[in-house]
Design a protein around this ligand. Structure first.
Ligand SMILES: Cc1ncc(COP(=O)(O)O)c(C=O)c1O
Length: 397
């Protein structure tokens, strides 16, 4: 029986977490806490055996070519596989020449921030958005300006105004239209078209950070990506394997107009070191080719769906009237807005042993808010954590 069929709630017999400890992984939850902070998969959802098998098949197939410097844009077998996937899923032709392999979206942001912007230039970001991405852009010497958002994402009129007042000083705009981190929002088609119209009028590049694109948990579908709607012109779409196979693989890619891909591929970093994460990209290419990736994705979506439903169900049951929450269609996160000030929410959560992410980490929020992640715990633990939080927060209102 294949590993994928055999496993129940874990990624297989090798998915032990013996080495999940400080000094090896980036962060370890405090003992005894329910950690709803991490924006990544719990150990049992990481496909350890699948990746082991992929490397075992890939190394004999590619031999020495797997261990050499990779072609600067990334190895063709991987770029072809992800381009074909984009064409099939997004409905707009995408070719290998539109793909540049990166060491994840963080690396892609850094490449864009150094290759397509000059220190001191502005980058427009959503008022509430992915915090560590902002840190990468600041490291590039860029000045970040927040643009208003509402329940549908970035507000086109606010974007228009920000671009008008910046008078050509904006290098690019970064936004996450699908399964937004931290709010879970999906930008409707009409809003996507309005945002594209504003960007085209100001001739400003949009960077579509699409880290959660494949995590539609209900299978009800999402509008086409900005990149697809724009026929890839004026949009750079960032993709990553981190949220579906594991962030330790440090593998992602960007999808863009060929001239942008060529410009980025000529940067010293890639000319000197070759493609980011060449060996790993060949291993993942075998999974994209033989269906292993899709089988894993189906399995992962169903596990995440159980976790989303457990957490959302428990929050609505225990915290009705105390918080505002929407059921996200996909991604990893529940965004809770509350009446009590954020420090009060955080202190009460800490006292009851539940770790949450402060809303203010992600920019200005308007209303006090926290982000709860359902990707890092089992459904039963998520339910128990929500009950604990409810008791703690009710005591503060
Ligand atoms: C919206 C968004 N972009 C990018 C990243 C980072 O991706 P990567 O691991 O590929 O660097 C994350 C991870 O949390 C994210 O939520």
């Amino acid at each position: 029986m294949s590993v994928l069929l055999a496993r129940q709630d874990t990624a297989g017999p090798s998915s032990h977490d013996r080495h999940w400890r400080a000094g090896t992984v980036q962060a370890v939850s405090p003992p005894g806490t329910a950690d709803l902070g991490p924006g990544y998969l719990e150990p049992g959802l990481l496909p350890v055996d699948l990746i082991g098998e992929a490397y075992a098949r890939m190394v004999p197939e590619f031999g020495a070519a797997a261990l050499s410097y990779g072609e600067n844009r990334g190895a063709l077998p991987f770029r072809e596989a992800v381009a074909d996937r984009a064409t099939a899923l997004d409905g707009t032709p995408c070719a290998a020449e539109n793909i540049l392999v990166t060491a994840g979206s963080s690396h892609a942001l850094h490449l864009l921030g150094t290759a397509l912007a000059a220190p001191g230039q502005q980058v427009l970001v959503e008022r509430t958005g992915y915090d560590f991405g902002r840190a990468v852009l600041r490291d590039c010497g860029l000045v970040l300006r927040e643009v208003a958002t509402d329940a549908d994402g970035i507000v086109p009129e606010a974007l228009d105004e920000a671009l008008r007042t910046a008078a050509g000083q904006v290098a690019f705009v970064v936004l996450t239209p699908t399964f937004h981190n931290p709010t879970g929002t999906v930008m409707p088609l009409r809003r996507r078209l309005a945002v594209l119209e504003v960007a085209a009028r100001h001739q400003v590049l949009l960077v579509e950070d699409d880290a959660y694109a494949e995590l539609d948990l209900d299978g009800t579908g999402v509008p086409p990506s900005l990149a697809s709607l724009a026929g890839q012109r004026g949009v750079v779409r960032l993709r990553t394997i981190s949220k579906v196979l594991g962030p330790g693989l440090r593998l992602g890619w960007l999808q863009a107009d060929r001239t942008v891909v060529d410009r980025l591929a000529s940067r010293g970093l890639l000319v000197s070191g070759g493609s980011a994460n060449h060996t790993c990209s060949l291993a993942v290419a075998t999974l994209l080719r033989d269906g292993g990736f899709d089988r894993h994705l189906d399995w992962l979506r169903s596990r995440l769906r159980d976790r989303r439903d457990a957490l959302h169900g428990a929050v609505t049951e225990h915290l009705r009237g105390t918080v505002e929450v929407r059921r996200p269609q996909g991604g990893f996160f529940l965004w809770l807005e509350a009446a009590q000030p954020e420090p009060v929410l955080l202190a009460a959560a800490r006292e009851c042993g539940v770790v949450v992410a402060a809303g203010s980490r992600f920019g200005r929020t308007g209303t006090p808010a926290v982000r709860l992640s359902y990707s890092f715990n089992s459904p039963s633990l998520l339910r128990a954590a929500a009950a604990r939080l409810a008791a703690a927060w009710k005591g503060t209102s």
